[in-house]
Design a protein around this ligand. Structure first.
Ligand code: C2E
Ligand code: MG
Ligand code: MG
Length: 629
């Protein structure tokens, strides 16, 4: 008599896994296909196990043909199951090169041999035979176990030889499910009457599910898109074939919006974006990489320009979130099939790097219409980082000086020091490119110190009075301001060069006042040491006049956008603003003066100082000295 008592819980367990597995989205990866085959095989094995066992039990009332058919199907499925458990391991270890494919074919031979023996058993009686007393094991019955042991052994061998890339829980999972299969086979040998093998196979499938196939391993917390881990797997498989096209997207100002609008609203908007993307491009796979970053993958030959344009256009409309509508700005990164990035890790690393860069808008500047970064842009940015590192290492940051003149007489009174670096061909890299990168890469501090040192050398080696200079302006990044030792370092440098701090005017941007509270403290300390302060790019941020009074500014620099705007359209706002600022006691510098007309109209509304191409572009120090000496 056969004992079916262990069958029912196994069937229930398998259906539980099936239900859970199919209720979540699945990545189009090999492991998923293999797992589905395994699930189906196990269900068929169980069914055929029951059918063939019942048939063998009632052999007297059945024809020998039906007995042969039932048993042949069962044994064929048994061999197939052992083989597909091994194929699953092969898939997750990522063995796919040409040579390995040949070995793969070779190693599938025992499976095919087993299948052939099963089919031929009806004539040879090799695996089993039926006679007047019913079903009997044949002389080659043991090949069933041999084949299982061979594939278990092969899986473990592959794991130890090639499984270095697996995570710990994946290695453990692979060892565990093979050990379970081994135990199942041994028990089956010892207790042939109890249908124990299916229990062990169900346990092995459950282990695989938890170690590899649980959809939550690859789905983002939002449970809408896949996660970075899913992207890595998909890319590694695609890499072995034709590759995939990756379109990255990043919501600009995500971090600020999270603080200002609250995480609930911004998360809701991201969810709306994901849903829209998945509905609009069902043929592609969507990933959420955290911090407002998304990636979509798909076939290389799809019309990606169209995809990009459609998403871009959709972002002109607000996104629904928490009962509100939210306008969001997006930037793109395009990684196409022509890219020679060789491993998935490099592709993901480059993508994340590019998304960060896109979020900062560096790399694409000064072309502000361009909201998509290509891999060439990224290479360009990486080149800039290299140039920056090289220049800083060899103390080769150059300082250019741009004159600042009195508004009435256009007489030189000061100069702004502007940093320049050169690429490997000796060409100047614009600060709009390298300053954000220096800030992001933690190099701005070193750069600022080199600029200050070089300005100090300039001051000590020239007669400022003879040049007409009363002070030099130096730009201070907000990230420099939050360095705790900035005050000591700056005073130390000035002491080294024996320079009075009031010769240096430090420019900080309006934006930095919003971001950091530490800035205020440090600025006040530097001011106490004798440094003077200018507010740079006034009119580009949102700071209010009340907040300005917390800072010891002596001078306000009107951003060139205000200046150009006013010269095109003489509205009443700028004169009122300038007069209010002057009433409070600030002096006013107007930046970006390019024409006589601009100089005149800005002087008329009360600007004290002017700076711009009309007087001079920023010049290398020796050229500046030659021109004004
Ligand atoms: P900024 O401090 O507002 O400097 C003025 C920028 O306007 C300079 O650009 C200058 O060349 C440009 N400019 C001056 N006159 C005119 C004009 O008439 N027309 C036009 N279209 N542009 C004019 P630059 O040198 O490219 O520097 C860009 C920004 O990079 C600077 O803006 C500053 O924020 C930053 N930067 C430059 N050097 C340093 C530095 O040593 N440290 C830090 N932290 N930032 C720096
Ligand atoms: Mg400046
Ligand atoms: Mg400025």
């Amino acid at each position: 008599m056969w004992d079916f008592s262990l069958m029912m819980p196994c069937v229930l367990m398998l259906f539980t896994i099936l239900g859970f597995y199919f209720s979540e989205p699945r990545l189009p990866i090999r492991a998923n296909r293999t797992f589905m085959i395994l699930l189906a095989l196990e269900l068929f094995v169980m069914a055929s196990d029951i059918v063939s066992s019942l048939a063998d039990q009632n052999y007297q009332s059945l024809s020998s043909v039906s007995l042969y058919v039932a048993n042949t199907i069962y044994f064929m499925l048994f061999f197939a199951r052992s083989y597909w458990f091994y194929r699953f391991g092969l898939g997750v270890i990522h063995i796919a090169s040409e040579a390995q494919r040949c070995i793969e074919i070779l190693l599938s031979m025992p499976f095919w041999l087993g299948e052939a023996l099963c089919v031929s058993s009806a004539f040879t009686g090799a695996v089993f035979y039926i006679d007047s007393t019913g079903y009997h094991s044949g002389p080659l019955y043991g090949i069933l176990y041999l084949c299982s042991f061979l594939y278990i052994g092969l899986s473990l061998l592959l794991l130890f030889r090639r499984g270095q890339g697996l995570r710990r829980h994946e290695r453990n999972g692979l060892i565990a499910y093979n050990a379970i299969l081994l135990a199942g086979n041994v028990l089956r040998m010892l207790l042939p009457r109890v249908l124990v093998m299916d229990t062990f196979c169900t346990m092995a499938i459950t282990t695989i599910f938890f170690a590899f196939m649980n959809p939550h391993l690859y789905i983002d917390q939002s449970r809408i898109a896949f996660n970075k881990r899913g992207l890595r797997i998909l890319l590694s498989e695609a890499h072995e074939n034709d590759g995939l096209h990756v379109l990255g997207m990043v919501v600009k100002n995500y971090q600020q919006d999270r603080v200002v609008l609250g995480s609930k609203r911004i998360d809701g908007a991201i969810e709306s974006i994901c849903i829209w993307l998945m509905q609009s491009f069902p043929q592609n796979v969507l990933f959420y990489l955290g911090s407002g970053r998304l990636a979509m993958t798909g076939e290389n030959d799809a019309n990606w320009e169209d995809v990009y344009q459609r998403i871009r256009t959709r972002f002109f409309e607000p996104w629904e979130t928490d009962g509100n509508a939210l306008d969001l700005d997006v930037r793109f990164v395009n990684i196409d099939e022509t890219t020679d990035l060789n491993t998935p890790d490099v592709i993901i690393g480059t993508l994340l790097f590019a998304l960060e860069s896109a979020a900062r808008d560096s790399g694409t500047a000064p072309d502000s219409d361009k909201d998509i970064l290509s891999i060439e842009d990224i290479h360009e940015e990486i080149k800039t980082i290299r140039a920056l590192e090289r220049v800083l290492e060899h103390n080769e940051v150059e300082v250019f000086l741009q004159p600042i003149v009195l508004s009435g007489t256009h007489r030189l009174v000061g100069a702004e020091a502007l940093a320049r670096i050169r690429d490997e061909h000796g060409d100047i890299v614009p600060p709009s490119l390298f300053i954000p990168i220096a800030e992001h890469e933690g190099l701005i501090d070193k750069l600022g110190i080199q600029v200050l040192n070089k300005v100090c050398v300039f001051i000590t080696s020239h007669d400022l009075r003879q040049l007409g200079l009363q002070w030099i302006n130096i730009n201070l990044s907000p990230l420099q301001c939050v360095q705790r030792d900035i005050v000591e370092r700056f005073t130390q440098i000035l002491e080294q060069h024996d320079i009075s701090p009031d010769l240096i005017h430090l420019e900080i941007t309006e934006q930095s006042l919003i971001d950091y509270s530490l800035v205020e403290k440090q600025v006040l300390q530097l001011h106490d040491m004798g440094f003077r302060f200018s507010l740079d790019d006034y009119g580009t941020g949102y700071s209010n006049l009340v907040r300005l009074s917390d800072y010891p500014f002596a001078n306000i620099k009107l951003d060139m956008s205000l200046v150009h705007g006013y010269s095109n359209d003489k509205n009443y706002l700028l004169p009122v603003m300038v007069s209010a600022l002057k009433d409070v006691g600030y002096t006013i510098t107007a930046e970006g003066i390019e024409t006589e007309e601009m100089a005149l109209c800005i002087s008329d509304i009360g600007a004290d100082y002017l700076q711009g191409y009309l007087f001079s572009k920023p010049l290398p120090i020796d050229e500046f000295v030659r021109t004004y000496g």
